[in-house]
Unconditional design. Structure first.
Length: 328
């Protein structure tokens, strides 16, 4: 009798463990799918890189779920020993899981150490105009491009024409549209220069989505066709770098970046020449109603505008559905 109770308890526990392993598998696959979709569709990360990172993160959890499921199966329904071929496959899978765990630990330790060092030496993170960053900080500049025709098909603004600029001599890598308030008001276009460097042009037409942007004039010492601009150079300890030149032309915001340190690699003048070659932008809403100037607090930070006491139907429609924001 006692033996039957013990066996029954083992069988129930085995069934629970076996079921838990399948639940973990389903949750990991669901979370991995959502992560891939978010990184590719929202962060525009390259698909192969995202799949590699996702697999590295998922393998240890899937390995643990397999052990739970296998242990539960043995408790629930004892099975004969696996064949030599299956043992070999399990050994290969185990090595892959161990490598994935080691990669996660190594990456986590490296990123943590980089963050600690950057916080500890915050005053010295910028030297010779170069800001020392962690490798993860440069992921935002790794865009996964699609065909330019697809990226611009439903764009809410006319991007600047690059036909008569030096960009026309570069190899096109495609484009990527981005939404603000459900409006495709941002565009990335990638190019490969003859020397192999990759340059990306980013445009944001704020007249299309009604957004606003502000930057401290003290942070804009450079000039692009007489307009204030800022150059930021981000570099990791391994030497990987991105140089970002940004400026505003009316309601059009621009960023132009290249995958190099333009101080160490002689590309600074060329980067500025590329920015200066852009023609004037045509806003999506040329008759956009003028907006009151930004107000600032005692510390020089912009103050949010108060909501109007009376709103028109057009303004209400624009809040509910950004795509109905009136241009005129």
């Amino acid at each position: 009798m006692r033996f039957a109770i013990v066996e029954g308890t083992k069988s129930v526990a085995g069934l629970l463990f076996w079921s838990a392993g399948h639940v973990v598998n389903a949750l990991v696959l669901l979370a991995g799918g959502i992560y891939v979709l978010f990184c590719v569709a929202w962060l525009h990360a390259p698909l192969l890189d995202v799949l590699r990172v996702t697999a590295t993160m998922a393998l240890p959890v899937l390995g643990l779920a397999w052990l739970i499921r296998r242990g539960g199966r043995r408790l629930w329904k004892p099975a004969p020993a696996p064949s030599p071929v299956r043992r070999g496959l399990l050994a290969v899978a185990g090595v892959a899981v161990v490598i994935a765990c080691g990669s996660i630990v190594r990456t986590g330790v490296r990123d943590y150490q980089c963050s600690v060092d950057r916080s500890r030496h915050a005053a010295g993170t910028q030297k010779d105009g170069v800001e020392r960053v962690c490798a993860i900080d440069l992921d935002r500049y790794d865009i996964g491009f699609q065909s330019l025709a697809r990226a611009t098909r439903k764009l809410a603004f006319p991007p600047v024409d690059l036909a008569h600029t030096p960009f026309a001599q570069f190899e096109s890598l495609g484009g990527r549209a981005e939404f603000v308030n459900d409006i495709p008001s941002r565009l990335y276009r990638g190019f490969r220069m003859p020397d192999g460097h990759q340059v990306t042009l980013f445009e944001h037409d704020m007249s299309a989505d009604g957004s606003r942007s502000w930057r401290d004039p003290k942070d804009e010492p450079e000039r692009i066709n007489g307009l204030p601009a800022r150059l930021v150079i981000l570099e990791t300890s391994s030497g990987k770098a991105v140089s970002v030149l940004s400026w505003f032309e009316g309601r059009r915001g621009y960023q132009l970046w290249v995958d190099a340190n333009v101080v160490r690699v002689p590309l600074r003048d060329r980067l500025f020449a590329l920015a200066a070659s852009l023609p004037r932008a045509i806003p999506a809403c040329p008759n956009e109603p003028p907006r009151p100037p930004l107000r600032f607090d005692a510390d020089g930070n912009p103050v949010a505008e108060p909501m109007p006491q009376v709103m028109t139907q057009a303004q209400m429609d624009a809040i509910v559905d950004g795509s109905r924001r009136p241009c005129k």
